[in-house]
Write a protein that binds this ligand. Sequence first.
Ligand code: BG6
Length: 492
Amino acid sequence: MLQNRTDEFMTSRVIPVSSFDLVIFGATGDLARRKILPGLFHRFTVGQMPEGGRIIGSARSELSVDEYRQTIRDALSEFAPEAANKPQQVREFLDRLDYISVDAAGETGWDTLAAALRPDVVRAFYLSVGPSLFGPISRQLRNHGIAAKDSRVVVEKPFGHDLQTARALNAELRECFEEHQIYRIDHYLGKETVQNLMALRFANALFEPLWNSQHIDHVQITVAENLGVAGRGEYYDESGAMRDMVQNHLMQLLCLTAMEPPSRFEPGSVRDEKLKVIRALDPVSSSDLVRGQYRAGGDQGSYVDQAGNPDSSTESFVAMKVHVSNWRWAGTPFYLRTGKRLRERLSEIAIIFRDPPHSIFPKMQSRRGNALIIRLQPDEGITLRMTIKDPGPGGMRLTEVPLDMTFAEALGEGAKSPDAYERLIMDVIRGDQTLFMRGDEVEAAWEWADPIITGWEEQRQKPSRYDAGSSGPEDALMLMHRDGRRWREIGD
Ligand code: BG6
């Protein structure tokens, strides 16, 4: 256990949180109840919400403030288990909540909202609503003088369905807000281990000299889920794994793994470097792409059953080989895969190193070689796979062992990772855009993803079927085998 964790290791850049009015549109919706309000409650309990921090829920329903507080009290019991032991803090937190009924697509409620906001405090507007309302709400905020020059607006994915729709959304937001006011959430950037990837690379001298194609054979990025699409089949069937996961979450993981060191940990530098990675991606040829759809398994239906669309050819799994065409990565492919109803819920980035240039030991070839595994979930941590001597007499036999570190164990009980949303909402209040996607970044990611999706549509390609609870379709295994490589087991 690391006992002497001192403040000198803590982040060097702390932006003080000032008083704020945070308005949540869609305040009775699933995301608000499941993530946003529980996240804010947790920040409140650890003393990170200033005295002047106020939350104003807003939705079309005509609710009294008391009724809204009751809705959120119920949400906390369901989604913030620690609330049960903190009744006093729950009461104090609920006192911070207000509710104003506003018709997001219409005219009612805006004047009341305008009158309720305080002058001279940070204003943030969280649009926890469908993208079709981003434009209408932004215009009302501008037309009623509710959004000030330093106000912030937060939007969620899906940020567009393709390049064209993403551009249109950007244009609608920029009609009313400047880019420095717009916070596009990709919740993967709020995950502790994703941020840790940057700490690992740029706060240690150990890895960066090896972080290139001379020393790295290939990289595997896996985001596997064991759940299917039941309950959200209608949304998912319009989207598929490529739009739902690859264009955004896996793209962000790829960027943070492949980017050049930014000159500072600040929004401009970090986002410039990520953008350069996206722009360096080669188009992906159809032979380097696999798409799959899960079969029925256990007591659960197949993808098409759960999506409610018997003819669906939407993919619930994607695997691909990607080339980052630049000096650092030429000759080192990145293999990405993500899917639903796989063996386990597991997200990791695996950096697979090349073999030593010359072997003085027999049977070196049978080893898998050095690998650095960065586990995002579950059990966030890092493993370095090393080769050592197998103990005992009988010659020089080699074996592989993991040098394993689970963050929870290494950092102690107090180091519970905050939920991704907690971190991101507080960054909005602090005015720190580092972990949010810039407009040009989102557009560049669509520009890369669009030809893949339209290629599938034009070829009317059906996805390969895979068994629920497996590692995905056979073709995905072949994608690696033909290069003389293999995927790490999901759940190994
Ligand atoms: C969401 C996708 O953005 O991310 C979901 O829409 C997916 O389909 C989810 O399940 C995965 O997030 P996490 O944090 O559970 O890995």
